[in-house]
Design a protein around this ligand. Structure first.
Ligand code: AMP
Ligand code: MG
Length: 647
């Protein structure tokens, strides 16, 4: 056997010592934290919404506090009216007071008399029932005739009939909503003792992080986790205290963590847990209190590097750095614990069943979460997996929910009926579904629909993926820009029965370079590429296999493989970014993207961005609205302003 080099095995020892299943990790974490007494606090009624009652509340008074009239009418003695009827009116003389709400009665209702009383007025002494004003006739100024028999207690709410003094009004653990607040207010209770919100300190870690609002230097990114974790803590009954981002520096991080724990009930960090250079937090945790790390490495995807710890009774969590990984692990593993600490019941997420239209590959041995967008299919809902990686924050915002692939499965086959956990309480099925290649021009057209209140869902899966979805009838329109080598035309050759072409717009493709680069300035595309190939220091950026742009590039290169050829990003924007950031000197993208990035541009050929329309869906109102918007002067002008040429 070849012995392992010592350095590597030391690293491996530190590396996720033992990966636990999510169930095992959660069970150990909860066992280290519960049971525990929840701290409580007194809150004014107006600030108690959403809090969990820490103690039972007993009614201190009767509600209503006195026998009360339910109607506008006259307080009477039922015995006086037992024989009254249509043919036998009974005359009562009126007492010299009227009882309004808030008026304490002064006069007794003696036999043969009545006292005018308003809804909510307290019943006077002697009276035992109320007769509605509609059931009486005035007889002069100080008497009435009653033509109906009245039973004792008619139209009277007795003291304590709603809430009786001494009754258990609300139980400990009840979440205070508006109805509970109403009950408490009716009893005159101004303050309640509720579970105190756990104060949760939030720290982001990483040298690369800049807070939103700050300028972004090269290689830096905005701190996403700080904001999203703090908001998710507040959403789940905690009180987030965001302490900013700390650089990957052991001493500074330890000081920040100690300071946070001195003040807070819980500490949530993100980043620095996947054991790259500068991954320090987990080492520091060992020095912060007992028992320390409970689980480091959980069989979740995304989210494997999650670290759970308890330091002297306080939970300390390190979430993975990628925002979506951070959020999934937070919701799946941290929210249950946070809600318990806040005295709240487990979260109840809405779930729906939906069919998965494509196979989803999954890693064996890890519970995998896959974000999905929901659209209406022929037989119920369809759940499209979001194609972006664990670093993509937009996939969170655009998805409707997520599904879970079991740890023991290595895939979810196409056609599987899966349970989707919704991010919102209800499914919002979009009015218009666009699946295919994305283009910023599309947003300029759909803006009109959105402003008219129509929900547009655009799912970016590329031209071929869109075409497949259109063939299956899962979308209304598939935006495509597919070049056919044989016919040298765009899109039309790719259509099949049931699909028709709606012309979209043209996108000028050409060579991007940094303005002022003499190798390109003033040349046409062919000469520019010749110049680039002649300079061995010149680096290109290519496009992915299958992209229409790639075909153009390969033609221009004529078999050459210059430096940078294997850098093959999947989008127009990535090409522009590579050139703007000097990782490459030239590439091919579309004019609007080049201009938006402030780059030089040499036009070469127009690409056709059109729509494959599902004929069977042509008459849907949202489709008609889209076609109308596409042809409108407004959209055409907007497209032109952005550098597109409407067809
Ligand atoms: P780490 O676990 O620190 O190696 O981070 C993994 C990835 O997540 C890296 O690409 C980080 O830049 C990114 N990341 C870490 N923290 C944050 C954050 N607070 N906001 C956005 N991205 C982050
Ligand atoms: Mg980091």
């Amino acid at each position: 056997m070849i012995p392992k080099p010592p350095e590597r095995s030391a690293l491996e020892q530190e590396q996720f010592l033992k990966i636990l299943s999510r169930e095992e990790a959660l069970a150990r974490f909860e066992a280290a934290l519960f049971p525990r007494a929840l701290p409580s606090e007194t809150r004014k009624l107006g600030a108690a919404l959403g809090a969990a009652l820490a103690e039972d509340v007993t009614a201190p008074i009767d509600v209503p506090p006195f026998d009360r009239s339910n109607v506008d009418g006259f307080a009477v003695r039922s015995a006086d009216l037992s024989a009254a009827g249509e043919g036998a009116p009974r005359r009562l003389s009126l007492n010299g007071e009227t009882i309004h709400c808030g008026t304490a009665p002064a006069l007794q209702v003696a036999a043969g008399t009545a006292t005018p009383i308003a809804t909510g007025g307290p019943l006077p002494r002697g009276a035992d029932a109320v007769v509605m004003v509609e059931h009486t006739q005035p007889a002069g100024l100080d008497a009435i005739d009653v033509r109906r028999a009245v039973s004792p207690g008619q139209f009277v709410s007795y003291a304590g009939s709603d809430i009786a003094r001494g009754e258990a009004l609300l139980r400990a653990g009840t979440i205070i909503g508006s109805r509970e607040i109403g009950m408490l207010a009716a009893c005159g209770i101004a303050e309640v003792i509720v579970a105190r919100k756990p104060r949760v300190a939030v720290i982001s870690t990483g040298d690369e992080l800049v807070q939103p609002g700050g300028a972004l230097p090269p290689a830096a990114i905005y701190d996403t986790n700080g904001a999203i974790v703090a908001a998710a803590i507040d959403e789940n009954g905690g009180e987030a205290v965001f302490l900013g981002a700390v650089a990957d520096d052991e001493a500074r991080l330890e000081a920040a963590m100690r300071g946070a724990l001195a003040d807070a009930d819980m500490l949530v960090l993100s980043g620095g847990t996947s054991k790259g250079a500068g991954d320090l937090s987990h080492r520091i945790i060992g020095r912060l209190g007992q028992p320390g790390i409970i689980a480091h490495g959980v069989a979740l995807k995304p989210g494997k590097p999650l670290c759970l710890a308890v330091c002297d009774g306080k939970p300390v969590v390190i979430l993975p750095g990628f925002p979506t990984s951070a959020m999934f692990t937070f919701h799946d593993m941290i929210v249950p614990v946070l809600r318990k600490l806040a005295g709240l019941p487990p979260r109840s997420d809405a779930k729906v069943s939906a069919t998965v239209p494509v196979r989803i590959a999954s890693e064996l041995g890890r519970t995998e979460f896959v974000m999905v967008s929901l659209v209406a299919g022929k037989h119920g809902l369809i759940a499209y997996p979001s194609g972006k990686g664990s670093g993509a924050i937009t996939s969170f915002a655009q998805a409707d929910g997520f599904l879970r692939v079991d740890a023991l499965a290595d895939q979810m086959p196409a056609g599987t009926k899966a349970e989707v956990t919704l991010f919102t309480p209800h499914v919002r099925v979009p009015d218009l579904v666009v699946v295919g290649s994305h283009c910023t021009g599309l947003d300029l057209v759909t803006a009109q629909l959105a402003h008219a209140g129509l929900a547009v869902r655009s799912i970016a899966v590329g031209s071929l993926g869109g075409l497949a979805a259109a063939k299956r009838g899962e979308c209304d329109l598939a935006p495509i820009h597919l070049f056919d080598d044989k016919s040298e035309t765009y899109n039309t050759p790719y259509l099949v029965d049931g699909l028709e072409l709606v012309p979209g717009w043209r996108r000028m493709q050409g060579i991007v370079f940094r303005k002022g680069d003499r190798r390109f300035e003033g040349l046409d595309a062919k000469d520019a590429v010749t110049a680039a190939l002649a300079d061995p220091a010149c680096i290109m950026v290519n496009r992915n296999q299958g992209a229409g742009t790639r075909i153009l590039i390969d033609r221009l290169l004529g078999g050459a493989r210059p430096e940078g050829y294997w850098n093959q990003p999947r989008s127009h924007n990535a090409v522009a970014a590579a050139v703007a950031q000097q990782r490459a000197d030239w590439g091919m993208t579309i004019a609007p993207v080049a201009h938006a990035a402030g780059l030089g541009f040499i036009p070469l050929a127009e690409e056709h961005y059109d729509f494959a329309l599902v004929t069977a869906r042509k008459d849907r109102p949202a489709v008609r609205a889209f076609l109308e918007a596409l042809g409108s002067d407004e959209a055409r002008a907007a497209l032109e302003r952005a550098g597109f040429r409407p067809a």
